[in-house]
Design a protein around this ligand. Structure first.
Ligand code: SAH
Ligand code: SF4
Length: 411
């Protein structure tokens, strides 16, 4: 018997399911094995007086067969299973809502604490590519974000806390499990092919937890994902980009959004601390760590298209100059509006013209398709209807109200 309290999955097309039963229930005093890296688990078993190789066995049960009940781990002795049951657990965060869209997009809202705003979201986006069917999971790393980018609804929520490794890898575990819950254990397989750390939060400001989660993603005893298919996205925490280069080989995406410091200071305030020149140099150093089989052949540049703000021909020209010496692919992201957002989305024509300037100069430049619009799963809408409850959100609302009042009296 599995200890997982499985919620009904009958109405897959239903727009929204509220899940009142925690998906995985467990007590709080036990050690949670879900977020442990191989090294940590090996030490855990050694401390128990067991052989190190038990770590690999248990990891496979957890991350490849999605088993949370030790009783099902048939290659582990009954005595050890009993011992494990007493002292540890395998516990993913609690799912409070899930939405499965007709286009295949899936979204989960996880509760990661007692506070009203302690919710994070995870989105799975399916797509076809040259290599076949892709399933990309967009994972959150923090509850809220401290960096306050002016076009980002997560930023408006303020920062609440870092996620633990179990809460980060738990998102990947749950997404895989959602395809396998009705499949017999022996036939289960890993379904998610790609991960992007592009959900809520700045992953490089929760460095240790994000690093150990990404190690699990790449580990053959866990998800065994290709390093080119795990992407970390950052707004530009320069010293941590250098640390990342030393610690792990994954693909890097930079939330650039502006081609000059003046504009970027306004859109991505961390630019005041680490201006563009430093950021580009850090990207070059990241790529310089290159090996033949490395994930680091280029960086992805994310550029949100804000109507009349950063989408003019001169911005495209400045971007070309800025990226001249950085092997990069550019991804233009149509802005996803949220309530009280001070920006609009650039027109389709404007985005295509911007793309053409970059492509004509030899850059690979794509336009991100907005998917899952019917379930608010599009990028930057991850907090969606989750209410803002921080002081910053209050201040933000006041500021918007004041501006509206000024406009009203002027008009
Ligand atoms: N903090 C990291 C990762 C999370 S944000 C970072 O900033 O890179 C993931 C991506 O979504 C970033 O490129 C971010 O700039 C973009 N984004 C945020 N709000 C958006 C919005 N309203 N519309 C479109 N993209 C948005
Ligand atoms: Fe944070 Fe990224 Fe949003 Fe900026 S864009 S506020 S860094 S989550």
């Amino acid at each position: 018997m599995s200890s997982v309290a499985v919620v009904s999955s009958e109405n897959m097309d239903e727009k929204q399911q509220s899940v009142s039963t925690p998906v995985v229930q467990a007590t709080h005093t036990k050690v949670n094995l879900l977020g442990m890296s191989r090294t940590e688990l090996e030490k855990f078993f050694e401390d128990l007086g067991e052989k190190k190789f038990r770590a690999g066995q248990v990891m496979k049960w957890i991350h490849q067969y999605f088993v949370t009940d030790f009783a099902e781990m048939s290659n582990i002795s009954g005595k050890l299973r009993e011992k494990l049951e007493k002292i540890c657990e395998i516990k993913a965060p609690e799912v409070v809502h899930r939405n499965y869209s007709k286009d295949g997009t899936r979204k989960w809202v996880f509760r990661v604490g007692d506070g009203e705003g302690s919710l994070v979201e995870t989105v799975l986006i399916p797509a076809e590519d040259k290599t076949g069917a892709r399933k990309t999971l967009c994972i959150s790393s923090q509850v809220g974000c401290a960096l306050d980018c002016s076009f980002c609804s997560t930023g408006k929520q303020g920062f609440q806390r870092d996620l633990t490794p179990a809460e980060i890898i738990g998102q990947l575990w749950m997404a895989n499990y959602s395809y396998m819950e009705d499949v017999p254990v022996a036939e289960r397989e890993r379904t998610v092919t790609n991960v992007v750390m592009m959900g809520m939060g700045e992953p490089l400001l929760n460095y240790d937890a994000v690093l150990s989660s990404m190690q699990l993603m790449l580990d053959d005893f866990a998800y065994g994902m290709s390093k080119r298919r795990v992407t970390l996205s950052t707004s530009g925490v320069v010293p941590k980009i250098d640390q990342l280069a030393q610690d792990i080989d994954v693909a890097l995406a930079i939330s650039l959004h502006a081609p000059n410091d003046e504009l970027r200071n306004e859109l991505v305030p961390i630019n005041k601390k680490y201006p563009l020149q430093q950021l580009i140099a850090a990207c070059q150093r990241y790529l310089a760590k290159d090996g033949n089989e490395s994930a680091r052949r280029h960086v992805t540049i994310e550029y949100v298209m804000l109507d009349g703000v950063n989408d003019q021909p001169e911005h495209a020209q400045q971007l070309l100059k800025l990226l001249k010496n950085l092997p990069s692919k550019i991804n233009l992201i149509p802005f996803n509006p949220f309530p009280h957002a001070p920006y609009g989305r650039s027109s389709r024509n404007r985005i295509i013209a911007f793309q053409k300037t970059l492509s004509d100069a030899g850059f690979v430049c794509t336009i991100r398709q907005t998917r899952g619009d019917d379930i608010d799963a599009a990028c930057g809408q991850l907090v969606g209807q989750v209410a803002d409850r921080t002081r910053r959100a209050e201040q933000w609302k006041k500021k918007v109200a004041q501006q509206q009042e000024i406009l009203r009296t002027q008009g």
